[in-house]
Design a protein around this ligand. Structure first.
Ligand code: ZN
Length: 329
């Protein structure tokens, strides 16, 4: 497996969060129950997310977070993972962007050493914090000496601000050679995907599933080879679709769109990357189809070409050793 769409604070294991909360004497109230976070609508999800994030208060805490997340993925058979990092979020807990990114990079190095998993980070600007904040995030991502930061993206409330407002931020990131991805077509419809493509010409779209509502747009996404980071478990948890049978995953694949799978904010949505692959199987994607998701993720990864070739080789070896290509990869 390989994952391109996951927010690092959203991946924080409740066990780790509770342990840090005890260490710092933070009362989390009732946001954790039975090893999952408790929320009931989008507002309470965001509130639980923000409360859980506040337990990470030092560079070392963020190192632990990244190691824990990646070790968990590696033990489930993941070769490669990218995750979103938000310097604006870290600032809320009093951690400077440099210490935040350095801690997470240390966590990546530890997980790589222990398990062989490869990983990179994508800095995201938060659109509801405004254009200035997003441009600041882009400048941070583009700064010198950013270990393992290879991409820039835009997250936050899709309904706020026009995509075109963020053109400059994406230009800063593009000029620095970073890969570009943008959340669109999740809460908002196909028109938001069209606007995102026209405004910033991203390499990948976060979610993008609602592009399915516009046949011409889907044809264009397929023709241009723009990759969709699809997170079915997240879409179901947030009520975009009532069940996996209604989810457009299979139709996107049938239309020739390049698709990868991600867990978005796994313990918040009671999911994991492995669970996303199982959901894809339930949606009727066969083993070679699921293997293709992993291959697409590696082909679309924001990594240097040497690392990409090594990952493809590892994927092919893993598929061969399983006998049946794509059984769990
Ligand atoms: Zn996301």
């Amino acid at each position: 497996m390989a994952e391109l769409h996951c927010h690092i604070e959203g991946a924080a294991d409740p066990g780790l969060v509770c342990m840090l909360a005890r260490r710092y004497g933070i009362d989390l109230g009732d946001i954790v129950r039975d090893d999952f976070y408790v929320w009931h609508d989008f507002s309470s999800f965001l509130a639980a997310y923000d409360r859980a994030s506040t337990v990470f208060r030092s560079e070392e805490d963020f190192a632990e977070l990244a190691t824990d997340h990646l070790t968990r993925l590696a033990s489930a058979g993941t070769l490669y993972a990218e995750f979103f990092i938000s310097p604006d979020h870290a600032k809320l807990s009093g951690v400077a962007p440099e210490a935040y990114a350095a801690g997470l990079a240390t966590g990546i190095a530890r997980a790589r050493e222990a398990t062989g998993i490869e990983a990179r980070m994508i800095v995201v600007g938060v659109r509801h914090l405004g254009v200035e904040a997003v441009e600041r995030a882009a400048r941070f991502a583009a700064g010198p000496g950013r270990r393992d930061i290879t991409g820039f993206g835009l997250a936050g409330d899709e309904r706020i601000g026009a995509h075109a407002d963020f053109r400059k931020a994406f230009d800063i990131a593009r000029d620095a050679g970073l890969g570009l991805t943008i959340h669109a077509g999740e809460v908002c419809g196909a028109e938001s995907v069209r606007a995102a493509i026209d405004a910033v010409a991203p390499h990948r779209i976060g979610h993008g599933v609602r592009a399915i509502e516009d046949a011409a747009l889907i044809a264009e996404i397929a023709r241009r080879g723009i990759v969709l980071e699809v997170c079915p478990g997240s879409n179901l948890a947030l009520g975009l679709y009532p069940d996996i049978a209604s989810h457009p995953l299979k139709r996107l694949v049938a239309a020739g769109v390049k698709v990868t799978l991600g867990a978005d904010d796994p313990p918040f949505f009671r999911t994991s990357l492995a669970a996303e692959y199982r959901l894809a199987a339930e949606a009727g994607i066969d083993a070679p189809g699921r293997l293709a998701f992993t291959r697409t993720a590696i082909e679309a990864a924001f990594v240097d070409e040497t690392t990409r070739r090594r990952l493809i080789d590892r994927l092919m070896l893993a598929a061969l050793s399983l006998g049946a290509p794509g059984t769990s990869q």
